[in-house]
Write a protein that binds this ligand. Structure first.
Ligand code: B1M
Length: 211
C-alpha cells in the first residue's frame, strides 16, 4: 500500500493525513505492525543488499518515527496504577531505537512505567537507573551483531554490581539460543534473562516478571 511505500521512500509529505485516513478502518497499532514495519523490513533488505544508501535509510527511519509519533496518542492506554517499572535502553555503541521506542509505547500503553534512557547507554547508567527507580526489570535493545556482545558484557557487569532484576533482551541480531545460553550464563542465575522476539513478546514477558 501507499503507507508502506512512504516508509520505503522516506516520503513524509502528507503523511499525517494519510495516517488519519487509514485509522478510520485500521487500529493504529495494526497500522504499525502490519504496514509500517513491513516497510522497514524492505528498507533493511535493500540496505543489506547494497541497493539503498544510508542517508535514505535514515529518511525512512525518520518517516517511521514521525508516523509512530502521530499514531501513538490514538492508542488505547490502560488506566490506573502502574503495574511495574522497566528501565529500557539501546546499548552502548548502538543508535538503533525504533524497536526500543515501540517497546516503550506498547508497555506504557499497557500500564507499565518505562524509564527510557535512550541510545548508546553505558551499563553504569542502566544500573543507576534501576536502583533509583526501583525497577522490576531491565530491557536492553540492540541491532548490531556487536551489540549482542555488549549485552553479554553488560550482564556480567550487572551481576558484579549485585543487580538481580529480570532482564529482557531484544533486537534483530539476537537469537533465542544466544540469550538463553550465553546471556543467562553471563548473568549468573537461571531464568532471569529472557529473549523478546518482538515488542508484544516483551509485553508478555513483562507481565510474567512484574507479578
Ligand atoms: Co542500521 N543496521 N546501521 N541504521 N539499520 C541494521 C541493523 C542492519 C541489519 C542493516 C543491514 O545491513 N541489513 C545492519 C547491522 C549489521 C550487523 O551488525 N550485522 C546495520 C548497520 C550496519 C548500520 C550502520 C553500521 C551503518 C553504517 O554506518 N555504515 C549504522 C550503525 C550506527 C550505530 O548504531 N553505531 C547504522 C545506522 C542506521 C540508521 C541511523 C540509518 C537507522 C537507525 C535509525 C534509528 O533507529 N533511529 C538504521 C536502520 C533504520 C536500520 C534497519 C534498516 C532497520 C532497523 C529498524 O528500525 N527496524 C536495520 C535492518 C534490519 O533490522 N533488518 C539496520 C524496525 C524495528 C521496529 O525493528 O529494531 O528489530 P527492531 O525491533 C523489533 C525487534 O527486534 C524487537 O521488537 C521490535 C518489533 O516489535 N525488539 C525488542 C527490539 N528491541 C527490543 C527490546 C525488547 C523487546 C523487543 O525488550 C527490551
Amino acid at each position: 500500500g501507499r503507507l508502506k511505500d512512504r516508509i520505503v521512500d522516506g516520503d513524509r509529505k502528507g503523511l499525517e493525513a494519510e495516517l488519519d485516513e487509514a485509522m478510520r478502518t485500521i487500529p493504529p497499532l495494526d497500522i504499525i505492525n502490519t504496514i509500517l514495519l513491513d516497510g522497514m523490513k524492505v528498507v533493511g533488505e535493500l540496505f543489506g543488499a547494497g541497493k539503498m544508501q544510508l542517508p535514505f535509510v535514515l529518511q525512512s527511519a525518520e518517516t517511521m518515527k514521525a508516523a509512530v509519533a502521530h499514531l501513538e496518542p490514538h492508542m488505547e492506554r490502560a488506566e490506573g496504577q502502574a503495574r511495574g517499572t522497566i528501565v529500557l535502553a539501546t546499548v552502548k555503541g548502538d543508535v538503533h531505537d525504533i524497536g526500543k521506542n515501540l517497546v516503550d509505547i506498547i508497555l506504557t500503553n499497557n500500564g507499565y512505567r518505562v524509564v527510557n534512557l535512550g541510545i548508546k547507554v553505558p551499563v553504569a547508567d542502566m544500573i543507576a537507573a534501576t536502583r533509583e527507580h526501583k525497577a522490576d526489570a531491565v530491557g536492553m535493545s540492540g541491532l548490531l551483531v556487536k551489540s549482542t556482545v555488549v549485552m553479554r558484557e553488560n550482564l556480567e557487569e550487572m551481576a558484579r554490581q549485585g543487580l538481580d532484576v529480570p532482564v529482557l533482551l531484544g533486537g534483530a541480531a539476537l537469537t533465542r539460543n544466544y540469550v538463553e545460553e550465553d546471556c543467562t550464563a553471563a548473568y549468573g542465575t537461571d531464568g532471569r534473562v529472557a529473549y523478546a522476539r518482538d515488542a508484544f513478546d516483551g509485553l508478555s514477558l513483562m507481565d510474567q516478571v512484574a507479578r
